[in-house]
Design a protein around this ligand. Structure first.
Ligand code: HEC
Length: 155
């Protein structure tokens, strides 16, 4: 019992801060096959329901597994990871029947996703998630989002 508590404690004190303090580094995934977006961030996912979506999901999976999986879980399909299950992000939008409301919800969700990825989650000086602005190309960020949504739909 005591041993378990000690183990849990040492995990919390060593592994979690280590993971969190690791800086963001660009996943070696070639976004070249996706339509180029440039450096000014868009406010909504430009690939959703477009011809590029299938390609984006495949590249997004690669990039996700290299950049996000260590905290958010392999293939965005497990919930054993320390960070939130990202499949829940668009849960309320997915359930909406009204197409206008759904589109509005999705835009809001896109803006939140982009903001979080760009600036990370730094809470009272502690980096829970590193910032990806200038590290992760926005093409790959939007591709990762489509991959997560694809996993969420399959859940
Ligand atoms: C070092 C660990 C770590 C890495 C790497 C990481 N995240 Fe996070 N992320 C977190 C943690 C922890 C939170 C929750 C922060 C909080 O609210 O306390 C989070 C929160 C988020 C949220 C908000 C979730 C919500 O429910 O509000 C999004 C979106 C997100 N991460 C996307 C990503 C993406 C995309 C990547 C890969 C490019 C990534 N994260 C890489 C640790 C990480």
């Amino acid at each position: 019992m005591m041993r378990r508590i000690l183990l849990a404690l040492s995990f919390a004190l060593t592994v979690l801060p280590l993971a969190a303090s690791e800086p963001a580094s660009a996943p070696p995934v070639d976004a070249g096959r996706l339509p180029v977006l440039g450096t000014t961030w868009l406010v909504a996912n430009p690939y959703r329901q477009q011809a590029a979506a299938t390609e984006a999901i495949a590249l997004g999976r690669d990039a996700y597994n290299q950049a996000c999986a260590r905290c958010h879980g392999a293939d965005a399909s497990t919930h054993a990871a320390p960070a939130p299950d990202l499949r829940n992000l668009n849960r309320s939008c997915r359930r909406m029947a009204d197409p206008d409301l759904k589109a509005w919800c999705q835009r809001d969700n896109d803006a939140y996703f982009a903001k979080t990825v760009r600036h990370g989650k730094i809470i009272v000086g502690v980096t829970h998630m590193p910032a990806w602005d200038g590290v992760l190309k926005q093409e790959l960020a939007w591709a990762i989002q489509l991959f997560i949504e694809d996993r969420a739909a399959a859940k």
